[in-house]
Structure formats: C-alpha cells, structure tokens
Design a protein around this ligand. Structure first.
Ligand SMILES: [Zn+2]
Length: 245
C-alpha cells in the first residue's frame, strides 16, 4: 500500500512539473506572427550563441530574413564546440567547427562571425566572457540582440552552456548602457513567431554545413522541428522567441 502512495506521489509530481514547465505561448498565434514581422524591422543585429551550429539550428531562418531585409547581422560564438561529435574524423575539431561555422555563415549571409574561443562545456564561465560580449556590443551598437533563454528554456533539452551564455549576454546588454530589443530563443514562453517558410531551404543548407555534428544530415531536421512548432499553433514553419520586456 505504501508503495502505491509513493508511486502516486511521483505521478502527481510529474504531472505538476509537466504542466508548469511545458512550452506555452503567451500571445495569440496572430499576435506572435505580427510581433515576428516587427522584429525584422531593425538595422543592426548581434546574435550570441554557445557553439557552432546553435544559430543554424534555432535561429538561422530569422537571421536569413534579417539579412534579406538589409540588416547587418553579426554572430558571436562563445566556444568552438571542441567536445562535440567528431563524425568527420577531424584531428583538430575546434578549427573544423570554426570552418563549418564560416561555411554556414556564408549561406545565411552573416556580416561577421566573432569567435570568443571559450572552452566547450564552460562556454560562459570564463572571467572575461561578459567583457568580450560587451566589446562586440560597443563596436556593433545593435538595435536587436538575440540569445538563448537562460531563465525559461524549453524542455526537455537543456545544455548548461546554452542557458549560461543567454544569461551572460543579457547582463552584458544591461551593463552596456544601451537598450536594444532582446529576443530569447529556445524558450518555453514564446510571444514572437518568425515565419521562415521563404528561407527554409537556406536554413537546411546552412545547418548541413556542420557535417562534424550531423554527418550526412540534410538539414531537414531543424526545418521539420520549426514546421511542427508552427503547425501546433496553426502557423507556417516558425522560429519562436520570447521578447524581453
Ligand atoms: Zn549548443
């Protein structure tokens, strides 16, 4: 009997956790798409991620659309992802992954890619990461900053580098004395949806450049994810963000 109570307790706890932690948009689908179009009306963008391939997986559709609108898009990659997969038998995975990131970048059209050279799995832990990000912000003077949601990440996939780089980036923005719009991705409380149907092929091609991580993957994986995300809310393929107010 005691065992049954114990089991029931865990089930209830699981249900409560699932209910609290599941991804729930905080705006209507129409309002999210409208906010997505508004997000694209900027000139200077800095996106900060933890590893090569993070941007291509989650936000490269949005970044491609920003490039298409004539914005200057600079990508900051905190680590070289040297502890990731090595499906290409590279003797120097860090430089291979930088090269893959550059190749992906040329598919999307980033104006610049800044590698911070921090250790993988401690990408945001170095004493000067915040300063390095602040330097980019001072140089680029962005009106839009995009990074990981370090507070309300979507579950179940978590990576400490992701949430940490999101928090460090937002702090660096707050300390910069400027106030660009901040949009967080990989979030469980989205209120912005960017329609990426016009750039889905470009996103797939950019993601495919990361062969060391995904082998022969055609890049359809992340596009399918975005398509499913959209379908849930009756929308085209979308990338989701939480605009920080
Ligand atoms: Zn990553």
């Amino acid at each position: 009997m005691r065992y049954l109570y114990f089991l029931a307790g865990w089930v209830v706890l699981g249900l409560v956790l699932w209910y609290v932690l599941r991804t729930v948009p905080t705006a209507s689908p129409a309002a999210m798409v409208e906010a997505g179009e508004a997000m694209l009306r900027v000139r200077r963008v800095v996106a900060v991620v933890a590893h090569p391939d993070d941007a291509e997986y989650w936000i490269s559709g949005t970044l491609a659309r920003l490039v298409g609108e004539g914005a200057r898009v600079v990508l900051v990659v905190a680590s070289d992802g040297e502890k990731g997969h090595n499906r290409v038998g590279s003797a120097d995975l860090a430089s291979t992954r930088r090269a893959e990131q550059r190749a992906a970048g040329s598919v999307i059209g980033y104006s610049d890619i800044v590698f911070l050279g921090q250790p993988d799995r401690a990408a945001a832990d170095g004493p000067n990461v915040s300063e390095l990000i602040a330097e980019v912000l001072t140089k680029e003077q962005p009106d839009l900053v995009i990074t990981f949601d370090g507070w309300k990440p979507s579950l179940p996939y978590l990576h400490p580098d992701h949430e940490a780089i999101g928090r460090v980036t937002v702090r660096a923005v707050e300390q910069s004395g400027r106030s660009p719009d901040i949009y967080l991705f990989h979030t469980r409380r989205p209120n912005v949806a960017v329609d990426i149907s016009s750039v889905a092929e470009q996103k797939a091609a950019a993601f495919s450049a990361h062969a060391s991580q995904h082998g022969g993957n055609t890049g359809e994986g992340p596009v399918r994810r975005m398509r499913e995300a959209g379908k849930q809310y009756g929308l085209p393929p979308v990338e989701l963000f939480r605009k920080l107010e």
